[in-house]
Write a protein that binds this ligand. Structure first.
Ligand code: SAM
Ligand code: SF4
Length: 355
């Protein structure tokens, strides 16, 4: 069990982290591992080099990072990876984070604790997540066709993921489905319509994501994978009634409401439409790298400061100063480009960044 930190007892929120464009940072994506039980072709190579275990932050260190951000006014923490549910004893981190939600009034800025998962372990952990205070999860589901799913994930079981989603819904979790649009794989009309209807039947919102040129993915070619969401949206709107929606999630997604299903459809389209302007997110990886932007190479290593044997107060002040100076460099937009060179725009893969 993690010991309580000073932050829980402190009712005041320290200065908020503000970037160079004047945006107040309100959302932290905290990656707890780069490991995963799937090998999605757009995310990593078949035999990825995972980060050295000695560099991976302990649950206590991750909790300390989270507390520090909460002390500076962060309102949402999304736990991610790699696959977060393969991290051993993850609930020992989530429980005290959930306690910060309960202790919110007057004590903590934290309003939501969420998680992104591939769903394979949800059947086992859905109830635990709910009891830790999590109410919403995002689950990646790129195809409802067993063969396509298995090919895309290099051997993953669709049945396991669907059972995980059902378990999450039964446990009372709201589930949003994430689907990476992949040319020639999952963007044809029957496949898209099936996913839209399936989400509607289960009361799930659905967000499509453009593939992003991140890291070495072996023999796979980004240009071949890429499918523009402007095109997908146009095609969906020919068959479904889409209404403008003002729904926002603090990131680059834009939403419409599908009248037939009554659910939101999100589009994260960094390549065809850049909606970085209102982004108030930052990411901390499982090794303590702070990235102010998903699509920029620059970041800063917090691990040394986290492992500095100074007394907690001084070390936390040094960490806060470091974070504030890095956040200040958050730029207005990303550096993603997909072209025939098939070069990655940033060298780290998504699983190592915390997607
Ligand atoms: N393992 C969990 C999952 O798959 O949901 C959480 C981590 S995963 C890196 C987070 C999200 O990033 C998933 O929705 C996944 O589909 C997406 N993703 C991974 N690599 C991507 C890429 N190169 N471009 C766009 N999205 C990507
Ligand atoms: Fe694993 Fe998620 Fe990457 Fe797929 S997208 S390989 S599930 S981390």
């Amino acid at each position: 069990m993690l010991k309580d930190q000073e932050t829980l007892e402190s009712p005041s929120v320290a200065r908020r982290f503000v970037d160079g464009c004047g945006r107040t940072i309100s959302y932290l994506r905290l990656s707890v591992t780069d490991r995963c039980d799937l090998r999605c072709r757009y995310c990593m190579s078949e035999r990825p080099d995972f980060l050295p275990k000695s560099d991976v932050l302990t649950l206590e260190e991750l909790y300390r990072v989270a507390c520090l951000f909460v002390a500076h006014g962060i309102e949402t923490i999304r736990i991610t990876g790699g696959e977060p549910l393969v991290r051993k004893n993850l609930m020992d981190l989530l429980r005290p984070l959930g306690d910060m939600l309960k202790a919110r009034e007057g004590y903590s800025s934290l309003k939501a604790l969420t998680l992104t998962s591939n769903g394979t372990q949800l059947e086992r952990y859905a109830e635990d997540l709910f009891s830790c205070g999590i109410r919403r999860v995002n689950v990646s589901l790129d195809s409802l066709d067993e063969k396509v799913f298995s090919h895309l994930t290099r051997g993953g079981s669709l049945g396991l993921v669907l059972a995980g989603i059902d378990a999450a819904l039964r446990a009372g979790l709201k589930v949003k489905i994430n689907c990476v649009a992949l040319d020639g794989v999952n963007v044809d009309t029957p496949e898209v319509d099936r996913l839209l209807a399936w989400c509607g039947e289960r009361g799930c919102d659905l967000t499509f994501i453009e593939v992003m040129p991140m890291g070495d993915i072996g023999n796979e070619k980004r240009l071949q994978q890429f499918y523009p969401l402007t095109e997908l949206r146009r095609s969906i709107s020919q068959r479904w009634t889409l209404e403008k929606s003002s729904h926002r999630s603090g990131g680059p997604a834009r939403y419409v409401r599908c009248l037939e299903t009554g659910k939101n459809i999100g589009f994260i389209s960094p390549l065809t439409e850049n909606f970085c302007d209102g982004c108030t997110r930052v990411r901390v990886t499982c090794t303590g790298m702070l990235y102010p932007c998903l699509g920029q190479e620059s970041g800063a290593n917090l691990r040394k400061l986290l492992r500095n044997p100074q007394s907690d107060g001084r070390a936390d002040a040094a960490l806060s100063d470091r974070i504030a100076s890095v956040v200040l460099k958050k730029t207005r937009g990303h550096d993603f480009v997909i072209d025939s060179s098939n070069r990655a725009s940033v060298s780290r893969t998504m699983n190592a960044t915390g997607g």
